[in-house]
Design a protein around this ligand. Structure first.
Ligand code: BEZ
Length: 401
């Protein structure tokens, strides 16, 4: 951490100065008027290479588009993004987060996609009390036992998605399922959530197959699925790995006899890569391409015009990250030194998202609809709302709401 002579961090001294009213004038480094004149620095820690690269790009595109639509400012303050590529590699995360928070002295931190990266990054965010928004990573603990007043999520918990999918698959009458997921925090939590509600609905997991992250060698898993012949397969893969799995599954001729289901990450963000191979794959997620609300229509049209790409769930999460930040910045008149007020306003934010109504739980995780979708003709079509205003049911967060 950058130290000043007193041995306290510059950030901590600025906080003390902000809380000290007139006394702050005496501190040589507490220059709120000057500090507020420049741009708000937003540190962005996302994957731009590796299997989750497309996810990081979609989040970034949507955040930049949002700010561009607002003339480059939020709450009358210019926004400056400072980006780093975390490569979805958790061991690199502490140094990258430190670089942004302590080196670049960003006012706001945004990241990441991979649960392991977000867990490491959030440790620094908590220690430094920097307002942080997680635009994807679903590590459940982050909004349970590790929750903090300065940490927000605009995505989901992995468990929440798994729970919504398990109950939807049980309601579809499926009884015996094989699960197949990447072996890391996210995959484990998607399967654990799924297992809970699928069992409650009378279903049974007959085999759980783990694949090391980020391996995309699926042949032995597919051979095992073919020999077990379950009613269906429930899968968590995302990004490049998801596209490969869907194509390999179709090529192995399994799709006709063993329906492929998953959390929506299986077919989201990879719509063009799985044309044909993905037809008929059913998934559950907090977004579907054709959700019929004005926000979704306007967002998709603007995103397509700006990027020449169709929007996906990751883009929606990036968009809502900026919506959430704007609510906070407006509440403090763009003065990011008013951290407590900024955080308090964000925790109470409600707004219309392309996904439907958006609000946060007492642990700063979205309460949102989950949709049953079917991939067809290059898009994730809405079949029905599977569950409305669904919160992660977790306890363990000690935030007062
Ligand atoms: C995760 O690591 O939390 C994650 C990554 C990609 C999609 C969904 C979740």
């Amino acid at each position: 951490m950058t130290k000043v002579q007193s041995g306290l961090s510059r950030r901590r001294l600025l906080e003390l100065a902000a809380g000290a009213g007139a006394a702050s004038i005496a501190l040589p480094f507490a220059r709120p008027a000057l500090a507020q004149a420049g741009p708000i620095k937003v540190g962005v820690m996302l994957p731009y290479t590796g299997t989750y690269a497309q996810l990081g790009e979609a989040i970034t595109n949507a955040m930049e588009l949002y700010v561009k639509q607002k003339g480059g400012t939020l709450a009358s303050r210019a926004i400056q993004f400072v980006k780093v590529d975390d490569e979805s590699e958790p061991p690199k995360a502490p140094a990258l987060a430190s670089k942004l928070v302590q080196g670049e002295k960003v006012d706001i931190l945004i990241g990441s996609v991979h649960s392991g990266v977000a867990l490491a990054m959030s440790k620094i965010a908590r220690e430094e009390n920097v307002t942080t928004i997680i635009p994807n990573a679903g590590a459940t603990q982050l909004t349970r036992s590790l929750c903090a007043k300065n940490i927000f999520r605009t995505s989901f918990t992995n468990t929440q998605v798994g729970l919504a999918t398990g109950r939807t698959m049980a309601e579809a009458g499926l009884k015996k399922v094989v699960t197949c997921a990447w072996k890391y925090a996210a995959g484990d939590e998607f399967v654990a959530g799924f297992a809970e509600t699928f069992a409650l609905g009378g279903g049974q997991i007959v085999k759980s197959i783990d694949v090391p992250f980020p391996n995309v060698e699926f042949q032995s898993a597919l051979a095992e699925i073919a020999s077990i012949k379950p009613d269906a397969v429930y899968v968590f893969f995302a990004g490049g790995g998801a596209a490969k799995f869907v194509k390999d599954y179709a090529a192995a001729n399994l799709k006709a006899n063993i329906p492929l289901w998953g959390s929506g990450f299986l077919t989201d963000g990879v719509e063009q890569a799985i044309v044909g191979a993905g037809d008929g794959v059913k998934t559950v997620l907090h977004y579907a391409d054709d959700i019929d609300n004005p926000e979704n229509k306007a967002f998709r049209a603007a995103y397509l015009a700006a990027t020449k790409k169709a929007a996906d769930v990751y883009a929606v999460q990036g968009w809502d990250t900026m919506q959430l930040l704007e609510v906070g910045l407006q509440a403090v008149g763009g003065d990011v030194s008013k951290r407590d007020a900024l955080n308090a306003a964000m925790s109470k934010a409600t707004f219309a998202s392309p996904r439907g109504p958006f609000k946060l739980s007492a642990s700063n995780n979205p309460i949102q609809n989950f949709y049953l979708r079917e991939y067809k003709n290059g898009a994730n079509a809405l079949i029905k709302t599977a569950v409305t205003a669904y919160a992660d049911p977790g306890t363990g967060c000690r935030l007062s709401s």
